[in-house]
Ligand binder design. Structure first.
Ligand SMILES: Cc1ncc(C[n+]2csc(CCOP(=O)(O)OP(=O)(O)O)c2C)c(N)n1
Length: 549
């Protein structure tokens, strides 16, 4: 059996319906095997885009995103996606071709040390130098991607190995691309100690991070906080861990795109329950938010994060869903019934905070205020929708003002790396995984430039995303940072570009929007449409974002 038939069969048996990539001669046998199989191959416009799509697909499907590319330049491009996947614990399997084992390194075209290129971003890199190893290593790579803390892996397969036959007994290898692969439980002692602490705390708060999403622990978290009347803030990566429309949800905490009530609740807390959250610099505003006397309970799948930023009074290296369910099972709801009034009072504070920004959210000024763009997206996007936001201003405004209406993966922002470029390809990957749910990508004009050719991918692959370009014809936050820190403005302006025209050239529907009163209607039409649509929204570069400098 050809090695590549085995690889494709393995991916299908693992539960994958789609893979992503960009062809090369080295990988011809793999493409020939895919052509004969059910597996869908999504052709992106670069290996970088394909890798980001695989990341989006992984997050939204709960399965590994597989991406292929040529060695050398393709491997380097794949790194663009893997650096984000690595930072966000997103399981992506990068498959690179390579020159034949006998001649690689001897000045053959596209020659490179592919392992060395991608090693910094992967849990494990495999170099399959025999046909049987190729299938065995692919199996190991899939298991590695979903085992423990999910994350990217790399499988390098030289061309001669890809063209070979194998006698491998791979059909007997049990493998699943779903994550998490296992759910280690917390120690019962730690669970009891946490419940004790929670019972005795006066101002507890949950800080929920992306670990809640990766573990599919959103419903468990909702049950826990409803049983205990504990308010919840999220890191940016944890946004949507609970429905942000619920009274106990206080929004995003931290330096960028935060709700003031969320920051205040953490500053004021006497007990912080950090669930699947690294308590990193952005979330804690440079580790300044938590009170020195606050007790910390930290639950994370990755023991390396326990105690790294804060000493935890109780530290549990466990699956998030298993841990949160264990907490709920161990407590007595009656002990927490009296706390509903605190939740109501915090909900009123959040409503006031929102009202305080109402003028911006509903502003009819031109150029259009970015907060208005986010507000109108929130109104137009149905409950089953996903907003994939770029970082920078798009992320500052959407983090604060977009409310994820139900617990689950309703919002993605590339905080694994903070790259400004990911929103468009990530949204395409999410749309592949969720063909029936509307997906909106919100991005700056600087960010959209990186992968703009993938508007063609959206058309060809029938992915009806809505792309909203918050177009200020500049690298807005770079300009603000240079002016603020050095009183200079160097290399931050672009010439005006009509992105609607560009999008039409790639085959999308498109509209340029300068009138704020047109925004809501255009968004509703785009989201309702079964075609990819780009809205080039001319926004005010000088609207102040919710950022703590
Ligand atoms: C890949 C990458 N390159 C550079 C940066 C540094 N950076 C942060 S914000 C920003 C400007 C982003 O401009 P744009 O996408 O147009 O969004 P805007 O700030 O104007 O809303 C840059 C260059 C980054 N975060 N990621």
């Amino acid at each position: 059996m050809p090695v590549t038939d085995d690889l494709v069969a393995l991916f299908e048996r693992a539960g994958l319906d789609t893979v992503f990539g960009f062809p090369c001669e080295q990988m011809d046998p793999y493409y020939a095997s895919i052509a004969d199989a059910e597996l869908r191959h999504v052709l992106a416009r670069s290996e970088a885009s394909a890798a980001v799509m695989a990341d989006g697909y992984a997050r939204a499907s709960g399965r590994v995103g597989v991406v292929d590319g040529v060695g050398g330049p393709g491997a380097a491009n794949l790194g663009v996606g893997l650096v984000e996947a690595a930072g966000a614990s997103s399981p992506v399997l990068a498959l690179t071709g390579d020159n034949p084992v006998a001649t690689r390194g001897d000045g053959v075209i596209q020659d490179a040390d592919n392992r060395a290129i991608l090693d910094p971003y992967v849990k494990t890199g495999y170099d399959a130098v025999t046909p049987d190893r190729a299938v065995a290593d692919a199996t190991a790579a899939l298991r590695e991607a979903v085992g423990g803390v999910p994350g990217p892996v790399h499988l390098n397969v030289p061309e001669d190995v890809l063209r070979a036959e194998t006698n491998d007994d791979s059909e007997e290898r049990a493998v699943s691309a779903r994550f998490p692969a296992e759910r280690p439980r917390p120690a019962l002692d730690d669970v009891d100690r946490t419940v004790d602490r929670l019972r005795n705390a006066e101002r507890p708060v949950v800080v929920a991070g992306e670990g809640v999403h990766r573990a599919g622990a959103q419903d468990a978290l909702v049950a826990f906080v409803e049983a205990t009347n504990t308010p919840v803030v999220t890191s940016m990566n944890g946004k949507g861990a609970v429905a942000e429309t619920e009274p106990y949800a206080l929004g995003v905490v931290g330096r960028w795109g935060f709700c003031q009530v969320a920051n205040d609740a953490v500053e004021d807390a006497d007990l912080v329950l950090a669930l699947g959250c690294r308590l990193g610099e952005l979330t804690t505003v440079g580790w300044s938010l938590l009170d020195d006397d606050a007790a910390v309970v930290h639950v994370d799948r990755d023991p390396a994060w326990l105690g790294r930023n804060y000493d935890a009074d109780v530290a549990m290296a466990a699956d998030l869903r298993a841990a949160i369910e264990a907490l709920t099972d161990a407590l007595d709801t009656d002990d927490f019934a009296g706390r509903a009034s605190r939740v109501e009072s915090l909900a009123a504070d959040r409503a006031n905070w929102y009202e305080h920004h109402r003028d911006e959210l509903e502003s009819e000024r031109t150029p259009i205020r970015p907060a208005r763009v986010v507000e109108d997206i929130g109104v137009a996007l149905p409950e089953n929708g996903v907003l994939v936001s770029a970082t920078s201003y798009s992320g500052f405004f959407s983090g604060a003002f977009f409310e994820v209406p139900r617990a689950g993966l309703g919002y993605v922002q590339a905080r694994g790396s903070d790259g400004i470029n990911y929103a468009l390809p990530q949204a395409l990957g999410v749309q592949v995984a969720r063909p029936d749910d509307p997906v909106v990508a919100l991005t700056g004009d600087g960010g959209v430039g990186y992968h703009v050719a993938d508007l063609e991918t959206a058309v060809r692959e029938d992915l009806p995303v809505t792309v909203v370009v918050a177009d200020n014809a500049m690298l807005g936050s770079s300009k603000a940072s240079q002016l603020g820190n050095y009183a200079v403005d160097q290399s931050t302006d672009f010439a005006a570009v009509d992105y609607a025209q560009v999008a039409r050239g790639f085959g999308c529907d498109a509209e340029r929007i300068e009138d704020p009163t047109r925004l809501a209607g255009a968004l509703a039409e785009a989201i309702d449409s079964d075609r990819p649509t780009l809205l080039d929204v001319v926004v005010d570069p000088y609207a102040a974002p919710p950022v703590l400098v």
